[in-house]
Structures are given as C-alpha cells and as structure tokens.
Design a protein around this ligand. Structure first.
Ligand code: NI
Length: 161
C-alpha cells in the first residue's frame, strides 16, 4: 500500500510535471491511489503518494470515482463560497476556505480519453484543492497569514503528542 506524505515533506511544495504517456504505469498508480485513499478522503493527488506527476483522483459523495490527468481549469465562477476543507497530508486540520463555487475543467482519464466537466459543490471544491497540489499549493496556503499561522501552531502542538 502506498503511504501518504504529510506536511513538512518538501515534495508537497513541488510543481508536478505533465504525464507523458497514458500507460499501464499510470493506470496502476491511479488504482493504488484509490487504495491508499480508501474511505478516508474525497480526493488525492499523485504527489501525496510521492509521484510528482499531474494526476489526481476524486471520489466525492454521491459521485463516481474520477481520474484527472494533466488537468486544466478552463473557467471558474465569479461566485465564491466558503467550504470546510481537510487534507490527508495535513491530518486532523479542517478549516473553511473560500473558493469559486463552480469550475469547468479539462483533463484526460486513465484510458487517455480527453474530457471536460463542469462541477459545483463538493466536487468543484475537491477539483480545486487537488489541482492546487499539482502546483505545490496546500489549502492552508489559501488562508490569510494570521489564520494560517494560528492553525499551524495548533497542528504542531497536536502532532507533537
Ligand atoms: Ni489535499
């Protein structure tokens, strides 16, 4: 089973590179990521299991499992909304983040087929959170500096014990 890296690992700040081929290795990686995520999360980026390539998976409530390879957000709504986010790489820390309420994304699936998808609600949120991972950005980086610092102090205290 692949293990998930956590805050402090420098790989989380790295920009992931494009997936060059839709081969068996990529399909295996996606399958192993679903296994690593289990029922603990609603999304996971490849970099979180140590593979800094532009691939993430989602399994939002009441949605099918999805694989996004080399994704791009084409359009974001002007409307923004606060939603609570967490991250398997920052265990135990949950906080509201404000982001666009809906997005239109283009990507390739694990079979190498291109698709576009308009998402709202939790799926839109997961897509934006995971795409951030591919650019080395964590959800806590989206907070204002003061709130981020306060949360990180309590996170550090919790992780120490
Ligand atoms: Ni995350």
């Amino acid at each position: 089973m692949l293990s998930i890296i956590t805050l402090g690992d420098p790989l989380l700040a790295k920009t992931s590179s494009l997936v060059p081929d839709f081969d068996d290795g990529i399909r295996r990686l996606a399958a192993q990521m679903f296994e690593a995520m289990g029922t603990k999360g609603v999304g996971l980026a490849a970099v979180q299991v140590g593979a800094a390539v532009r691939l993430f998976i989602t399994k939002a409530p009441r949605d099918v499992p999805r694989v996004f390879i080399n994704p791009d957000i084409l359009v974001t709504s002007l409307e923004e909304e606060p939603l609570e986010e967490g991250c398997l790489s920052v265990p135990g820390l949950y906080t509201e983040v404000v982001r666009p309420a809906s997005v239109r994304v283009q990507a390739w699936n694990e079979k190498g087929r291109p698709f576009t998808l308009t998402a709202e609600g939790i799926l839109a949120r997961v897509i934006q959170h995971e795409l951030d991972h591919l650019n080395g950005v964590l959800f806590i980086d989206r907070l204002d500096a003061k709130k981020r610092k306060r949360l990180l102090v309590s996170y550090d205290e919790k992780m120490r014990f």
